[in-house]
Design a protein around this ligand. Sequence first.
Ligand code: BES
Ligand code: ZN
Length: 640
Amino acid sequence: MFSEWPRTWFADFMIIFGFLVSGVALAGPSGRAELDPHSYSNPGQVRVGHLDLDLDVDFARKVLVGEAIWSLERQPGCPVDASLVLDTKGLTVIDVRTSQGTQPWQKVRFELGKADAILGAPLTVWLPVEATRVQVRYETSPTASALQWVEPGGTAGKKLPFLFTQSQAIHARSWIPCQDTPSVRITYRASVSTTPDPTGPGGPFRVVMAAEPRTSAQAVAGKPTAEFEMTRAIPSYLIALAVGDLVFKPMGDRTGIWAEPSVVDKAAWEFADTEKMIQAAEAAFGPYRWGRYDILVLPPSFPYGGMENPLLTFATPTVLAGDRSQVALIAHELAHSWSGNLVTNATWADFWLNEGFTVYLERRIVEAVIGVNRVEMEQVLGEGDLKDGLASLPPSDQILHINLKGRDPDEGVTRIPYEKGALFLEALAREVGREKLRQFLAGYFDHFAFRSITTAEFEAYLKMTLFPGMEVPLNLQAWLHEPGLPTNVPRFESPRFEMITKTAQDWLAGAPLPLADETQEWSTLEWLQFLRSLPRDLSSERLAQLDRAYGFTKTGNAEVACQWFQMAIRAGYAPSVEPLEAYLRSVGRRKFIVPLYKALMQTPAGTERAKQIFEKARAGYHPIAIESISKLLNARDATE
Ligand code: BES
Ligand code: ZN
């Protein structure tokens, strides 16, 4: 569609230049995916294309026993003696074979390199020159960073264990040997069995994957298997699996909920607007290209709010507030079906292309489906989050196109890629008009569909399509490559929040608190704003008044509770002490537990408490959350 746009030699040059510095180098003949510092793999020489995955989920041993068959594509200029390099983390490799076409498998030499704490170990496979497929038989480690083995006590039903994966950013390699860089896209078929057998005494387990179910279930070694197929090319971080006591409840023709039996109705009620959201997104940004859109509700130890696994968003149960107030999370994960899953960041330095765009899209969806009041509130909250983020991060971490070399890309998950990224698009919208930006985005998703791109490619495309032959009216250099914020950033207003802030201020000045019937219409967002409008050092007496009026300590709303407990910790408010511990032992969402541990660690006694709670809570956390909290507690030790 952009052939209608005037082109200039400069724009062409920029596009070609963009490819040179990104696409070609990523796929280039130089061996390792050197522009992605988080992968040892060598897709520039030999690239994997399709995966045939066979897994047995062994709950007793907490391991996956796997066989991964990859199809291989030698890239132009690939030396005859090239080997294949895959990423692994904590995998035990049993053996490796190769074959040519349908010829029998032959064992080949392989080497598992030295393990790096963040990147894991490269698996180098010596390839016969004619090999077209490679088969790796392996086992995962019980502490695999992508896998959480939830004990029955951590589930809603308390009867069966539960397993789920979280592959983003670089954890796929801890359960599948793969070229674990988002610049490589793959298709897959998977066949999954469980031990104990779902039909046996330990059943009934249900296996789901972020893919299409296939019904050709065959008995492998006497066990029933669940079969899946992903026909659209995706990056490895979107491969996802969950096993537990799961049932399905449809919401619409292409939407439904997977959850434990006692949770499924509540979730279907909470997320009833999902189909409307898909329609709003399609109207604005082009067709939904994935077929179904289902949501899997996980146990509360899921370390994130949501994860945009294709066809099947993984979601925390902590958003089931009973008032549909947190459906922006669904709008967000759904929006990734365009920004992220369709057009993907080529490396984790380009993560803002995924998240910043997604936050901008999320807000357009919320605006269309729920209304302008809601989106104004979300924007003001986002603005506050960004301000906090900028105040607490070193300059190098305030940059959209961030340098994460030598670091765990999970450390790049701050408010910067999300809120500064979305603010950049908002600034563009205010420059060219929201409708013109919408058209640009729809064209961008179409143009780069099913591809992975770098910040440089985005910049070149932006200049070519939105500002052909013109000067870009925004300071792109400052927005994308410098810390802080450029001058003249867009500001947001929410009349509703102004009313809430005034209510809080009036109360501080001596007015009575609003009565329950006045606050009946308040959603999570209003409550958050109310609490955040109060001074950081509000006294215990003041907190007690609030608690008597609104019962914050006992709230079932995880978002409000997190805000409240931070205030309670700072004030040393005694009635919240036990409930805080219970909260930290049941919820594993990083966004909630990290600020609470941080708040505790502001005093020596609190630090002791944080350590004690963590010792009891850690068995119920995901390895990714354990890593974050351990780092936090150890960093504190180092400064003491
Ligand atoms: N893809 C992210 C979660 C993620 C990012 C996991 C990086 C691992 C590494 C997801 O889309 C997300 O942003 N989730 C947010 C919720 C959202 C409403 C901002 C979360 O989990 O808080
Ligand atoms: Zn996201």
